[in-house]
Design a protein around this ligand. Structure first.
Ligand code: ZN
Ligand code: ZN
Length: 419
């Protein structure tokens, strides 16, 4: 028997290098080859897997109660728009969250604070002219890291010294925008001077060893508060953790991706599940500007089924999985003109057979990385069309381009079922 636990996890998908496979899906193929049983486990299944269970392709087994009969945590949604308007916020903390942290610390309990952004602030901005430092290699603003005092590009890892003067107008009136884990740590030190705080993100826990040390220190209660990115959601169980605070749910919900709502539900539910263990019901406080968001209501009511059913019509209408197969062809070239020429030709040729199933080429949100210009072609096709046929068509067309001397410099990658 094969067991794939936390089957919804993104980390099952290999992004780079080739092959871009999803280990969960490969496990299903493997089980089919060996005619063995397979179990996909998750408290927050992927829409694709749950759809297979819902439509009878998979058999569904539900666990009606939590392990050890622990009560679900009490979730509270807090309106930070109102908090800022009434000027009652303490830095980025609503009084409700602030008081809950204070109470937990007084009871000698532990706290996890979640913010899905590393660094100090997503970017630096000139207050006088709006100038924002950009990466020289990528078309993206650089993230301000106070630790090490530098600007870092999260796409190519290029670093720059911090600017003290605006490069555009010379003003020294620079400010940070947005909120990252480093800044939250600073604020916690200021608001709770006696608390022992640690940070858990890619920068502080890049290696296995450092990750384990941070976890161990928390387990042994050498630290009181962890401030972390989604690294804190990964199945960690702490006996003494009673409070989870989510600093800002909106940047997840507003992420421009068809899976943003599903992911937000999974992430918020998973991080909430960390709070409260055997002896005590945990508490989760979610700070947001949009208190009436449907996904937040579903997280509040632990309503996975509701989330699933509310997502399906949109997936169907906009031709996304689980109803349609989805392939992205990502093209890149340092020569923008050549890139456009290749991409347009490829899309045109594919359209001869696939018609409106081919979308683009279009520029991704970040349209230049490591000095390569980027274009994507999307192919979405009905489940009843043979994937083998589509595969052959794509390969034949790419072959044609490879044989064209002028266009051959364009590099490509093919991502089937992209995340
Ligand atoms: Zn300026
Ligand atoms: Zn860069």
């Amino acid at each position: 028997m094969i067991v794939v636990d936390e089957e919804h996890e993104n980390s099952y998908k290999q992004q780079n290098p080739d092959p871009r496979y999803n280990a969960r899906d490969i496990a299903i193929v493997l089980a089919t080859i060996h005619k063995c049983k397979i179990i996909l486990g998750s408290a927050t299944p992927s829409v694709e897997s749950y759809y297979n269970a819902d439509s009878g392709k998979y058999h569904l087994v539900e666990l009606g109660e939590r392990y050890g009969k622990v009560e679900l945590p009490k979730i509270q949604i807090v309106d930070i728009k109102d908090g800022y308007r009434r000027k009652i916020m303490k830095s980025h903390f609503h009084p409700v969250l602030y008081q809950a942290i204070e109470e937990a610390l007084n009871n000698n309990e532990q706290v996890v604070l979640f913010q899905n952004r590393r660094g100090y602030a997503p970017y630096l901005e000139c207050k006088d002219c709006g100038w924002v430092p950009q990466c020289d290699n990528c078309n993206v603003s650089m993230t301000y890291h106070k630790y090490g005092n530098q600007l870092v590009c999260h796409y190519c890892t290029d670093k720059k010294h911090i600017y003290y003067r605006c490069e555009s107008c010379g003003s020294t009136n620079l400010t940070t925008k947005g909120l990252g884990t480093e800044q939250i740590v600073d604020e916690v030190y200021e608001l709770f001077p006696t608390a022992r705080v640690t940070r858990l993100d890619q920068d502080s826990a890049g290696s296995r060893k450092r990750f384990e040390k941070i976890i161990k220190d928390f387990e042994n209660h050498n630290t009181d508060i962890i401030v972390g990115t989604q690294m804190v959601t990964k199945g960690l169980d702490f006996e003494n953790l009673t409070l989870v605070g989510i600093l800002n749910a909106d940047n997840m919900l507003n992420f421009p991706d068809f899976r943003a709502f599903e992911r937000s539900f999974q992430l918020l539910s998973q991080v909430s599940g960390r709070a409260g263990r055997r002896q005590k019901q945990g508490k989760v406080i979610v700070q947001t500007y949009t208190t009436n968001h449907l996904i937040l209501k579903q997280v509040l009511e632990n309503d996975f089924d509701g989330m699933f059913r509310s997502q399906l019509p949109e997936r169907k209408a906009f031709k996304y999985p689980p109803y349609w197969n989805f392939i992205i062809i990502r093209l890149r070239n340092k020569d923008k003109q050549k890139l456009y020429k290749t991409a347009n030709l490829l899309a045109e040729n594919l359209r001869k057979d696939l018609y409106q199933r081919v979308l683009g080429p279009e520029e991704p949100l970040v349209n230049m990385v490591k000095r390569y210009f980027l274009l994507n072609i999307h192919i979405r096709f009905e489940k009843k069309i043979s994937s083998i046929k589509i595969k052959k068509l794509i390969i034949d067309n790419l072959q044609q381009i490879a044989e064209n001397k002028e266009l051959a410099s364009t590099k490509y990658e093919i991502d089937v079922d992209p995340l």
